[in-house]
Design a protein around this ligand. Sequence first.
Ligand code: CS2
Length: 479
Amino acid sequence: MTRLTATTARDLAPALRPLVDPGASEPRIVHFGLGAFHRAHQAVYTEAAAARTGEPWGITVVAPRSETSVAALRAQDCLYSVTERHPDGPRTRVVGSIVGALLMRRDAAEVDALLAAPATTVVTLTITEKGYHRRPGTTDLDTAAPEIAADLVADAGDQRTAVARLAGGLAARYRAHGAPISVVSCDNATANGAVLRGVVRGFVEASPWPDRRALLAWLDESVAFPSTVVDRIVPATTDEDEEAASAALGLRDRMPVVGEPYRQWVLEDSFTAARPAWELDGAVLTGDVAPYQSMKLRLLNGSHSALAYLGLAAGHGSVRAVLHTTWGERFVRDFGAEVARTLPEGGPDATAYVEDLVRRFRNPAMRHLLRQIGSDGSLKIPERWFGALREARGDTPLLELALAGWVNSTRPDDRHPVFGTTDPLAEPLARCWYDRPDHVELVARLLHLVGAPDLAERADLVKAVAARLPALRAGRIEL
Ligand code: CS2
């Protein structure tokens, strides 16, 4: 099959073609993270904004590690397709907002040059929770984390963390001319802008750069770190997805992404430099993203993680499969009602949001693997559950059940090998089980490990979680 490229894309039917002429776009945005989520979310908004305004906003994506993805994207002139999975069938089209793909270490000098270029006014990031290397529960950089400690003394081309590369690139910009720029975290964390600002400042402070004081002052004055809420369910792309997308285009696309039809982007309106008019494609610019952020993290991501651990304990593979059990849909509604009590007054309507979630999770055209959602739990659940657990202070049976599901998933045996490999705390989590502590002790140890000593000390909570473990171990979900 002929490969998708800028040349072959010209012969696509109009409905399949990009909304913009990629050849006419300019590199004005640098994005860290070449995963499916960015390509199905920010890249789509940016393409639409560029098409509506005629402004040539193009994105250069920087892959922290994956050389194969960079090569595959370049081989297609950075074009790729997005397939929207509607209940009544898929809709595929090519997206044209990416104009370059770089590999972070190999192309470090080029990344820094782009970050320093006056034409670049926006940086976005999807580097996942573990990309931030912060001390649990704070906005401080964990300078003792091995990768950060190594990057603080390494040459640019050897640095492995996006935090180091971003700090290095911003330093280059400051030294070249200091034009303002906005840096936008698009990862699932409360106050993600403040978190990103914290770790970048932390890197500069700990750096050996003689001008670090002045650089910090410039960061405070000229660099905005708006907080954002990003939302679209984008399962990892499978071989079948590639076949289906390529068949729909009549061209081989090795970098396709698939996602649900729904998408949302809420951004704090604090940009210090030009940005695409994302609002023309439905993005919401607001003074305070907090109400949207806690609603999305606690309701969507919170129930997602709960479904992952409970569903796997009961032997299911995907979100949709869990929603078809006798307890799945009821769990989402009851968990939603329990958690909604902790959301700020006057925010968006939580009941309607939960009903929408049930519909989204049930989408028959989607297959979102529980294993994907359950990965890196030690970094995800503090963001998704702990705020609600702290603020509700009791009467939280479903949060307790969810927590028991996670505890059960950390058991180091081959019934649950699925989360063992990627979680940075996989080893220490497993070690909590080694001398066979009783369940109460076990839950407390695990909570300590994930940075929640206050929850570990709540005897009522720990006991309630421990009491749930035997049934879960037997694969029974009892709401
Ligand atoms: C999911 C999210 O994998 C996960 O942890 O909960 O990726 C989720 O699909 C997105 O945040 C939806 O916007």
